[in-house]
Design a protein around this ligand. Structure first.
Ligand code: SF4
Ligand code: SF4
Length: 478
């Protein structure tokens, strides 16, 4: 019996995947130029990038409009930081080595040649781009430089050129003992959840025992695993909303996989796919019905965009915690006290959920519902600037100076001008970068998660009131 088209396509995909896997798991032979060309060929074979590259090869208007929208170029003025310069590095290679026109041209004239120097150039400039995609909005031809950055990084990663921080995190998540990027063992997770319960009891005066490995729940919860170590207020805010909404028995954390981070989004489609499959497998194990993603830009985007692609028949709906909370407010399932937050508050749009996503007005609607003095920075929404640590750069400690002086300089100027006391950033990576910027530039503001602020204002039946909690917090701060 002939195979159905669906099976054929799936089989082909697996075979091509095996070929890519070879590049990932084996030391490639030959010199670097040869290795890169073979790796790029494997990526092109495995993926659907060709039509896009063919179109970009012919479409640039060479207008340089992309230059002035790029915060990296604005900070340096270096022509090598112009988005289309970077993109053209990869397009030159594609044109020369992977199109018939390029091959013919090379036979009859002196044409572009890939050298070690070009590879060095690529490895530098592809990791100076934060993949924020701000430039794409200003390109009249729709060239997506962030996507080209990812593709360039992908091919480079196959020949072993990838920042160690990203590589080590992804390896631990897919193959390590803990299966998460921060190497948090299950015992440490359980201890942290116990600690968070005790803290919540102190703050709110109610007992909440975090649900773990519960089956048949509406929501299986994922945050950036680093939140369990670094952002307890965000997690307690998430918990307070679920509790106040009466959904405490409708969610769970799974101990088989509790990390929503997906650094594959920044440098490797292969790893992106496998991390998504692990996430989906945990929801299946627990017979959950939805994936609930906490405050993390790239975790939200990768799950939202790629669970439907790689989740197969088990492609569960993905719910962002921001949307869940807004829905609870609109349906009057939770109440936020409008008299608690008196500071001037602004909002930073994480690129992955605003420009590359679908979350712009939702957090603003939440903030305006209980913050009297909310002000937007200029520009904001999909035009907002990246924190300067996007595309995974925030995880690379070795480039701290670059992130402060170049990647995040425009963001720091923006923060200076808005004169806010509190900057809300619903993303683990943005928070880390923005906190470092605030410290580096000595800005008089505090960076917090959205649910950290909600935790202060939420009314919970039977718990201490927000006013009582504010009084207690003020006493503790003295
Ligand atoms: S994606 Fe962002 S950082 Fe990269 S070139 Fe475009 S504007 Fe610059
Ligand atoms: S804005 Fe678009 S068309 Fe203009 S130079 Fe940049 S990539 Fe080319």
């Amino acid at each position: 019996m002939p195979e159905t088209p669906e099976i054929t396509a799936a089989t082909q995909r697996t075979l091509q995947g095996q070929r890519l896997k070879y590049y990932i798991e084996n030391e490639p032979a030959g010199d670097r130029v040869d290795q890169f060309l073979r790796a790029f060929a494997a990526v092109l074979e495995f993926s659907d990038y060709r039509p896009l590259l063919d179109s970009y090869c012919t479409s640039s208007a060479k207008c340089n409009r992309c230059a002035v929208s790029c915060p990296v170029y604005l900070a340096t003025g270096d022509p090598r930081d112009i988005p289309c310069y970077r993109t053209n590095l990869l397009l030159d290679i594609y044109r020369r080595y992977f199109t018939i026109g390029g091959a013919v041209e090379a036979r009859f004239s002196r044409s572009f040649e890939l050298t070690d120097d070009v590879i060095d150039d690529m490895l530098e400039v592809f990791y100076r781009c934060t993949a924020c995609r701000r430039c794409t909005r200003s390109c009249p031809m729709g060239v997506d430089h962030g996507l080209i950055t990812r593709l360039g990084r992908y091919a480079l990663s196959l020949i072993g050129i990838v920042p160690k921080a990203l590589q080590v995190s992804v390896r631990e998540q897919l193959e390590g003992d803990t299966h998460n990027t921060s190497k948090v063992p299950k015992e440490a997770l359980m201890n942290t959840l116990e600690f968070l319960s005790e803290e919540l009891e102190d703050i709110l005066g109610v007992t909440m025992t975090f649900p773990v490995d519960q089956t048949d729940r509406d929501y299986v919860f994922y945050c950036a695993v680093s939140d369990y170590l670094m952002e307890p207020e965000t997690l307690m805010g998430n918990a307070a909303v679920l509790y106040a909404a009466g959904d405490w028995d409708k969610w769970t954390i799974g101990t088989g996989n509790y990390d929503g981070i997906n650094y594959g989004l920044f440098y490797s489609d292969w790893h992106l796919e496998n991390i998504i499959k692990r996430l989906v497998a945990e929801v299946t194990r627990l017979r959950g019905r939805n994936v609930l993603i906490g405050e993390c830009g790239h975790a939200s985007r990768s799950a939202h965009d790629f669970v439907p692609v790689f989740g197969g028949k088990e492609a569960y709906p993905v719910v962002s915690f921001i949307e869940y909370t807004l829905d609870c407010i609109r349906k009057k399932r939770i109440t936020l006290n409008p008299d608690i937050i008196t500071e001037r508050v602004t909002y930073h749009d994480p690129c992955n959920i605003a420009r590359s996503g679908w979350i712009v007005e939702q957090p603003r609607d939440i903030l305006r519902s209980f913050v009297k003095n909310f002000v937007d920075m200029v520009p904001h929404g999909q035009e907002n600037y990246c924190c300067g640590g996007g595309g995974g750069l925030v995880s690379v400690d070795e480039i701290h100076d670059f992130r402060m002086e170049i990647g995040g300089r425009v963001k720091a100027e923006q923060l200076q001008k808005v004169h806010a006391d509190i900057v809300i950033a619903p993303c683990a990576n943005c928070k880390k970068q923005l906190k470092e910027l605030v410290e580096y530039y000595e800005l008089p503001c505090k960076v917090m998660g959205l649910h950290d602020l909600i935790l202060k204002a939420i009314e919970i039946p039977g718990a201490k009131s927000p006013a009582e909690r504010a009084e207690e917090a003020a006493l503790l701060a003295v």
